[in-house]
Design a protein around this ligand. Structure first.
Ligand SMILES: Nc1ncnc2c1ncn2[C@@H]1O[C@H](COP(=O)(O)OP(=O)(O)OP(=O)(O)O)[C@@H](O)[C@H]1O
Length: 461
């Protein structure tokens, strides 16, 4: 069986022995700890320098990776001590400079030049680079976004990172779109490499400084499930980003790195990307691994200018051959683990969520109208009050920063304050048992019941 990558050593069978791996400059140790036991794979940097997606490993610190498929990259060579279970292999390129990582690093240098120009500009409203990363499924979009953000923070920058892919939450649960300032080191031990819920304040004390995301609730997995709502929320998020730029000079000059949903060349996907590029006033579009998406976007965006008159560069970069496919079971297990982690923390920080019993009459839960009985699904339709039944058990609901008396459209497009999980519904006594990361009562905050992610197992079970 051939293994993707060039000049790689043969994959190591899943093993639990301790071994030393020497990496030449510009090579990668690629690992799959998705099926390993809860103890995962342990990695210690013994000499040289190495990083996971732009964040450096500290010398002699042992990192544990569980439920993770990723890579450790070295620019100048290093030695790693590996123990625990993983499928892994080393890839080094016959010509080191052939690694796509070199082009990613060059992109970072270009962004740094634009950041410097923005910081020195006499026109205070000149923003730093706004770079949108897009491409087909498993092209390495999120890894590149993480790497660009980490490299910027390493140089002292405070870039905004935004995610428009509801299938994977950024510092939030799946089913959301969000953005946050990244001004400090990321937790690379997290399966999501610093983009997971473990890096948010609701998760209690943290080994690395937490981030404060702004989150909007989509409640669906794919953009196509409700394109109109996704576009509205994208516009909302873009205006939050603009507001942050106008109030914070450091963030403004560091600019934005934007992650996007999986794209194909179909018209709807291209429209969504163009919508996002215009709303966020993107001036660099990076397409990973698809010449067709690149040329289609080039034809549209290549002719346009941003709102501040800059040309829009559309560039294609190779995708890394190491990007790991993730099957549905793996992705589902990651999703479920992030919901559990949101309420209970992880092995490094245990949280104690509060369990509250509330009357049906004391909560206002909204949902999008059911699709049955409509010839065309009521996509983009506003919310309606949801009937509380046992079917709501184990769903996670979004708590909106709005009032229950606000119009449905306002509630639907309000930022998310947090999430609660429905632990039990007692229809006879008309009471709900809910699990909340905080002890405070819901007050008059409306809850929204989305259609995705699917209900999680009984969190209290
Ligand atoms: N060079 C590499 N070697 C090993 N694993 C990698 C490499 N690059 C990325 N990965 C891993 O591959 C998986 C998919 O990568 P990533 O999430 O960046 O792709 P994506 O294009 O954003 O995915 P999606 O299509 O689901 O949005 C992740 O688990 C990531 O850590």
């Amino acid at each position: 069986m051939s293994i993707p990558g060039l000049g790689q050593l043969l994959p190591q069978p899943t093993t639990s022995t301790t071994r030393i791996v020497a990496l030449k400059r510009l090579s990668e140790w690629r690992f799959d700890a998705s099926r390993s036991s809860s103890t995962g794979v342990k990695v210690r940097l013994i000499s040289g320098t190495a990083e996971r997606d732009g964040t450096e490993l500290a010398l002699n610190k042992t990192y544990t990776f569980v439920r993770t498929k990723s890579k450790i990259l070295t620019w100048s060579g290093c030695t790693l001590e590996i123990s625990g279970e993983s499928q892994d292999y080393v890839t080094d390129f016959p010509v080191a400079e052939d690694s796509p990582m070199v082009s990613y690093l060059n992109l970072h240098f270009e962004l740094q030049a634009q950041r410097k120009a923005a910081a020195n500009a006499t026109r205070r409203n000149r923003p730093g680079p706004r770079v949108m990363v897009c491409g087909p499924q498993n092209s390495g979009k999120t890894s590149l976004v993480r790497m660009l953000a980490a490299l910027s923070t390493k140089m002292g920058g405070q870039p905004l990172v935004a995610n428009l892919d509801p299938g994977e939450g950024l510092l939030s649960l799946p089913g959301t779109v969000s953005a946050a300032v990244f001004g400090n080191v990321m937790d690379i031990e997290e399966p999501a490499g610093g983009f997971g819920v473990g890096s948010t304040p609701s998760s209690g004390p943290s080994a690395v400084p937490v981030k404060l995301p702004i989150v909007y609730y989509f409640g669906r997995e794919k953009v196509q499930d409700d394109v109109a709502l996704w576009k509205d929320l994208t516009s909302k998020l873009a205006s939050s980003v603009r507001a942050k730029f106008s109030e914070d000079d450091e963030v403004r000059s560091a600019g934005l790195v934007l992650d996007t949903p999986v794209a194909t060349t179909n018209q709807s996907d291209i429209d969504s990307l163009v919508h996002a590029a215009r709303e966020f006033a993107v001036n660099i579009v990076v397409v990973l691994g698809s010449a067709r998406i690149e040329s289609t976007l080039q034809q549209i965006l290549g002719q346009e200018k941003t709102s501040s008159g800059e040309p829009i560069s559309v560039i294609m970069l190779d995708q890394s051959e190491g990007v790991a496919a993730r099957d549905n079971d793996f992705v589902k297990s990651i999703r479920e683990a992030s919901i559990k982690e949101y309420f209970f923390g992880d092995s490094k920080r245990t949280l104690s969520p509060s369990t509250q019993s509330v009357s049906f009459d004391d909560v206002a839960i909204f949902k999008t109208p059911d699709e049955e009985g409509y010839e065309t699904p009521p996509v983009g339709q506003v919310l309606e009050p949801a009937e509380i039944t046992a079917g709501m058990s184990h769903w996670t609901l979004a708590v909106m920063d709005a009032s229950v008396n606000d119009p449905p459209e306002t509630i639907r497009q309000a930022p998310v304050i947090g999430f609660i999980a429905v632990a039990d519904v007692d229809e006879d006594r008309r009471r709900l048992k809910i699990l909340s990361p905080v002890t405070s009562r819901l007050g008059n905050k409306p809850l929204v019941w989305g259609r995705w992610p699917e209900p999680y197992i009984n969190l209290l079970g």
